[in-house]
Design a protein around this ligand. Structure first.
Ligand code: PLP
Length: 401
């Protein structure tokens, strides 16, 4: 066996699977529909957790649908999960269409151009009627991507879609701008716009199999499930909710009257990733010595310092300089001085027993203590999503139970 890498991200299979099962149960009980599915989002290398590990684990755990950003990511998932339904959520580029067909991915569409490119590429292949599944995204207020609900554009798109017999409108979906703000008026407006537009599409003669909406916050916040299920039943469709970050054990913080319930659901999830390294070197310094680039830390007393072979090139956010901490022997060890590209210094003055080679947890648990992506996000003034996605390719992802 090769030696296990000193710096590594351990990815827990059981935690990922348990989070998936918990979230699916929640979606099923809130929709009161045992067939409600959960689309597991594995974009961005499974939020930094490693696609090659996570996609097959989720598929084995029962995730029928996997969500990716690009066709390139979709092709990678297809190799790993031959049976999965794979939704490309970013929309489509012309240069991606052939590969999309080859890998049998379902594209998200909303522009007339998407239809033109699909029709053009489909001409050279003998597709049967309604054999290419497409999902239509509706822009209900996020103003980022999705079909405009302005009457003329909306009608023109549906007419063009109808004119391509090989396409099958398999799903219709939307995305909310502030799903963690449980009382936000915008959520109600977006939902009302979605409901109305979907009814119009069905009235125009389309029969989507899937209606889906929301993200992790929507599943945990439990507001979308019931109206989604009601609408799906009314239109003889099936409902699905999409979830990304919660699969990996995190979520946005909830705001609003029902926040406590959502936070309880969130607390039942377990972080999947543990980022570890080891002490590379130790030294004791006298008071007055400066640490690191630009001498941003001056030792106020005699100190014991641990050198960690991790830096911003590994994805450790530089804003954690003089702000964050790591875990050594289940105790916090503050980061002192600037984080460098490949090196970080931690104060272990209170840990005289700490030795070279001993385990350091950058993110995760050690002896019952935790440093979470929420902590990193607070220190770095960002969101846990960015912290997790930032763990760089230099840090090998290692499977663990
Ligand atoms: C990324 C993404 C999600 C998942 O969002 P989370 O907040 O991570 O659950 C859901 N839907 C769409 C369209 C996305 O792009």
């Amino acid at each position: 066996m090769p030696p296990s890498p000193i710096t590594r991200a351990e990815i827990s299979r059981s935690r990922l699977v348990e989070n998936f099962q918990r979230l699916r149960s929640l979606a099923r009980s809130n929709t009161n529909d045992e067939r409600c599915d959960l689309l597991a989002v594995v974009k961005a290398d499974a939020y930094g957790h490693g696609l090659a590990l996570c996609a097959p684990w989720l598929a084995e755990a029962g995730a029928k649908w996997l969500g990716v950003t690009s066709v390139e990511e979709g092709v990678a998932v297809r190799r790993l999960c031959p049976q999965a339904c794979i939704l490309v959520m970013r929309g489509l580029l012309r240069c991606e269409v052939e590969e999309l067909f080859d890998a049998q991915l379902a594209p998200t569409i909303w522009d007339i151009e998407h239809l033109d490119w699909l029709a053009e590429a489909a001409q050279h292949r003998a597709f049967a009627a309604e054999s290419i599944p497409v999902h239509l995204e509706l822009d209900t207020g996020m103003t980022r991507q999705g079909l405009s609900l302005a009457a003329e554009e909306f009608a023109a798109f549906l007419n063009s879609l109808r004119a391509i017999p090989s396409l099958k409108l398999d799903g219709i979906y939307t995305h909310f701008a502030s799903p963690e703000m449980l009382d936000a008026e915008q959520n109600r407006q977006q939902w009302a716009a979605f409901e109305q537009a979907v009814e119009q599409i069905v009235a125009a003669g389309f029969h989507p199999q899937w209606l889906h909406a929301g993200n992790s916050s929507s599943v945990l916040g439990q507001q979308v499930a019931e109206p989604l299920a009601t609408l799906a039943t009314k239109l003889s469709a099936r409902c699905m909710m999409r979830t990304g970050i919660a699969l990996y054990g995190y979520a946005s913080h909830f705001i609003g009257e029902q926040a406590a319930m959502a936070e309880t659901a969130r607390a039942s999830l377990e972080p999947v990733l543990t980022w570890k390294t080891a002490i590379a070197s130790l030294r004791t310094i006298e008071a007055g010595r400066c640490i690191g680039y630009n001498a941003t830390f001056v030792a106020p007393k005699k100190m014991r310092l641990a050198l960690l072979p991790v830096g911003y090139a590994d994805g450790l956010n530089r804003k954690l300089s003089n702000r964050g901490h790591v875990l050594v022997r289940g105790m916090t060890a503050p980061i002192v001085g600037r984080i460098s590209m490949d090196l970080t210094v931690a104060d272990v003055s209170h840990l005289p027993e700490a030795m070279i080679g001993e385990e350091v947890v950058m993110l995760g648990e050690q002896n019952g203590q935790r440093v979470t992506a929420d902590d990193h996000a607070r220190w770095a003034e960002t969101i846990p999503y960015e912290i997790l996605c930032a763990v760089s390719a230099r840090v090998p992802r290692v499977a663990c139970e």
